[in-house]
Design a protein. Sequence first.
Length: 382
Amino acid sequence: MSSYDVIVAGLGGMGSATAMRLATRGVRVLGLERFAAAHARGASHGGSRIIRQSYFEGADYVPLLLRSYELFDELAADSGHDLITLTGGVMIGRPESRTVAGSRASAERWGLAHEILDAAELRRRVPTLAPKPGEIALYESKAGFVRPELTVIANLELAARRGADLRFHEPMTSWEPTADGVRVVTGRGTYTAGQLVITPGPWAPGLLADLGVPFRIERQVQFWFRPRGGVAPFLPERHPIYIWEDTDGGQIYGFPAIDGPDGGAKIAFFRRGAETTPDDLDTEVHPGEVAEMADYCGERLPGLPAEFLRGEPCLYTLTPDGHFVIGRHPAHAAVTVACGFSGHGFKFVPVVGEIVADLATTGGTAHPIALFDPRRFGGSPI
């Protein structure tokens, strides 16, 4: 039976960052993953994820974002991978919408550089966008996108280089506390460790049922369209990332054309998916889904939905309040959990890795994480 200091179960975005951070600190790490590296069965794929600082989900996230930006740059330098691109970003909607008002509140609280653009100025600066009368935008120059697959690969490469034992196609099937830590069982063996980190993505409802968090797993679809007339107006130097809220509170988000003339531009609905489980994921993108997105974005980005190129589903693991779950397991001091990232977590990958490594090695962290307390839903004993 092999023994380690820390076992990390799940090597997607958060797990790979945790394994890398632990290995960097000289911790003996075992990483377990049910699929290959940087797989497409969770929420760490699709070629791009938005990164931004004026955070409408809550101003309390901003200090973590500022640290995450620093760590993304550090990870890119250490790994040699091009991970982050700043294109600028616009948060669009009515002035009172959560997307605009929440972003503005975060920016003003933390002194983040930003501009407020009316509809006419937004159309002048970004001719590909067609805001309606009465809509405005918050523009943030430090917004952009990160590469999720490359981020996972960079973390895994550095973790392995720094001594982590990473095992793919070997998921954790069960775990139990022991007198001095935990025992973990997989289909290939049994391992012990002083600490266990569980970063399960959409497998959280099964692996962490005793946590008492009412997770919901949703299938979300990412779409790529070839713009009418070519990608030139949608290139990163001309077209920012965007999040756009309509009068009913629904949101779309999208990216510039970042993968060349044949790559198209990516767009998706935000949290508008059907409930599913990771084992029952429908990987086909259906014609009705494509038509719905083309109709919806056509009046907002009239040049975009000329030709559908491809679609790709991913899985969101949602909590009832939309905030993350990060902390020591309330009933097991040797277990740390990080899950429920609710469709907006990838931009935090480097700092979550730092936080979870802190918790697994010292029991605490200097980062502000009270918002993410696993006990807030009241479902698990202390």
